[in-house]
Write a protein that binds this ligand. Structure first.
Ligand SMILES: *[C@@H]1O[C@H](CO)[C@@H](O)[C@H](O)[C@H]1NC(C)=O
Ligand SMILES: *[C@@H]1O[C@H](CO)[C@@H](O)[C@H](O)[C@H]1NC(C)=O
Ligand SMILES: *[C@@H]1O[C@H](CO)[C@@H](O)[C@H](O)[C@H]1NC(C)=O
Ligand SMILES: *[C@@H]1O[C@H](CO)[C@@H](O)[C@H](O)[C@H]1NC(C)=O
Ligand SMILES: *[C@@H]1O[C@H](CO)[C@@H](O)[C@H](O)[C@H]1NC(C)=O
Length: 477
């Protein structure tokens, strides 16, 4: 099977350009020096393949998949001038049959001084290229050493665990960078040095590395175009830099699984486009659920789980109608679940309030949240009747988690319908649980002695009530 896949990979690497070449036949060729440097890069990535023998011709006409050229004319050129070809993109590491880039060998290397002569290179992409032989993160400053300018706009390393060392100053000259993606690699150290120079960044993704330390307070000051910031799963510490308030175009912030601490900064509410905020599993402490969330109407998802925020769930939901996901698991919440969550959050698909100390009932309004697909209320002290219909329960199925709430009960009808296995543990509501003002008990099982007291205050009702009346009907009765 592996053999077969490999064959396919090679076929697609080598066949695709043959079809493409028919369309570019009238174009001038890549200059010899640039062609030579492309061979050198290909050889450093995988020396097992004889690149020069397989692709002896113009690499802008017949190249392996992953080598992309473009044609450049200067302002004075005639409209008929086809322009001069230059290599603009190099992508390495077999991704899929749709992106069958040159496969990397286990001893791939990358020397940016070989890339430097590729004067029009805009994108570099590496997928699973540095996986075994430990390779220090390359110093990209040669790319700008001759002209003081590097055209590189995208630098992407995905799943390269053997790529180690720090970023210190190695990319700060790449001032044209729009995307810096370094995910699933072994890069360590801080990000203070020079990253702030990258004022054209739209995406900064450094997730799943070994970065640590505090982030420079001014790092975002001039990153006004930043849209995506993902620093998740590293060892970053300290406060979120206030300068993040200057990156007003941010759509997504993911700082989850780090050791950020202190207060969640107020400046976040100036990020009026922000749709996704994940600060879960950090060390933000004891300031409660931040009220500023209520002033961020563009939010679609917010995850704060695994920080000890404490306090009650605030009433901040009126402006957050668009929100689809909320994670407040294990954040030390006390008190009731506000009805307002069910009233306003009409688009909610996911809500995690598990592993807190919430008490009281599950608001009736939750049963009307038509898009809800996962609701985790496990391990709280919730009580009373679960206000859900059989239809609602069958949509959620196992995605409704209620374990660890000793006093939640369900209606007799739901128990017998067995709509969800997770309800199996729950007891059937006794009539006293239908409403705190109703004085009832079910007729099966031992009657509580307290019922004698109820009788003496003059209310005598002995019906199999749960079977015939819902809570609403009873209240109207
Ligand atoms: C990489 O490994 C191959 C064998 O898989 C070997 O032929 C080649 O010389 C090695 N290249 C380097 C740069 O060590
Ligand atoms: C490149 O970056 C280094 C370190 O940040 C800096 O000292 C140097 O002046 C820069 N060189 C150019 C050509 O911009
Ligand atoms: C935003 O940048 C300006 C300078 O461009 C600075 O004066 C201001 O303090 C910054 N704001 C934040 C929140 O860092
Ligand atoms: C509830 O708590 C128990 C015991 O700590 C734990 O094993 C279980 O995973 C928790 N359930 C959820 C849904 O978090
Ligand atoms: C009360 O409800 C139980 C369970 O549905 C049923 O088995 C029983 O017959 C009912 N009793 C009366 C008096 O209706």
């Amino acid at each position: 099977m592996a053999q077969f896949t490999l064959t396919l990979t090679f076929l697609s690497i080598f066949m695709a350009p043959i079809f493409m070449s028919a369309f570019v036949i009238s174009q001038p060729p890549l200059n010899a020096a640039e062609q030579e440097y492309v061979y050198k890069v290909l050889e450093s990535i995988n020396s097992d393949i004889s690149w020069r023998a397989l692709f002896p011709d113009d690499l802008c006409s017949t190249a392996p998949h992953g080598v992309i050229c473009d044609y450049f004319t200067d302002d004075t050129a005639a409209a008929s001038d086809p322009g001069t070809p230059h290599v603009t993109e190099l992508s390495f590491g077999y991704v899929s049959d749709y992106s069958p880039n040159p496969p990397c060998s286990s001893n791939s290397t990358l020397d940016p001084s070989v890339l430097a002569p590729l004067s029009h290179l805009k994108k570099l992409f590496f997928y699973k290229c540095f996986t075994e032989t430990k390779t220090p993160f390359p110093d990209f400053s040669p790319l700008s050493s001759q002209t003081n300018y590097s055209p590189l706009e995208e630098l992407v390393f995905i799943e390269n665990p053997a790529l180690i060392g720090s970023l210190d100053g190695k990319i700060s000259n790449l001032t044209s960078l729009r995307r810096l993606v370094l995910t699933g690699c072994g890069v360590s150290g801080g990000v203070s040095n020079g990253l702030g120079e990258l004022v054209n960044l739209e995406q900064l993704t450094l997730s799943r590395n070994k970065f640590n330390g505090e982030i420079s307070m001014t790092i975002f000051q001039n990153m006004k175009k930043l849209k995506v910031l993902d620093l998740s799963e590293n060892g970053f510490q300290g406060n979120i830099p206030e300068s993040i308030g200057n990156s007003t175009e941010l759509l997504k912030i993911d700082l989850s699984f780090n050791a950020f601490s202190g207060r969640i900064p107020e400046v976040l509410k100036g990020l009026t486009s922000l749709e996704f905020l994940d600060l879960s599993y950090n060390s933000f402490r004891n300031y409660g659920v931040p009220l500023l969330l209520g002033e961020m109407p563009s939010l679609r998802e917010v995850y704060l789980s695994g920080n000890f925020l404490g306090g009650r769930i605030p009433e901040i939901w009126g402006n957050l109608k668009g929100i689809r996901g909320i994670g407040l698991s294990g954040v030390g919440l006390v008190g009731n679940i506000p009805k307002s969550m069910g009233v306003h959050l009409r688009n909610l698909c996911y809500l995690g309030l598990d592993n807190n100390r919430l008490e009281g009932v599950v608001p009736e309004e939750f049963g009307d949240l038509e898009f809800m697909s996962e609701l985790n209320l496990a391990n709280n002290s919730l009580s009373g009747r679960l206000p859900f219909s059989a239809g609602f329960l069958s949509i959620l199925g196992g995605k409704l988690k209620l374990e660890g709430n000793l006093d939640i009960c369900i209606d007799e009808g739901l128990k017998s319908a067995k709509v969800s296995s997770s309800l199996g543990e729950l007891k059937v509501c006794r009539l006293t649980e239908i409403s705190s003002t109703a004085l009832f008990y079910e007729n099966s099982g031992p009657r509580p002695h307290a019922s004698l007291a109820f009788i003496t205050i003059g209310l005598f009702v002995f019906l199999n009530f749960s079977k015939f009346y819902s809570e609403v009907e009873w209240r109207n009765w």
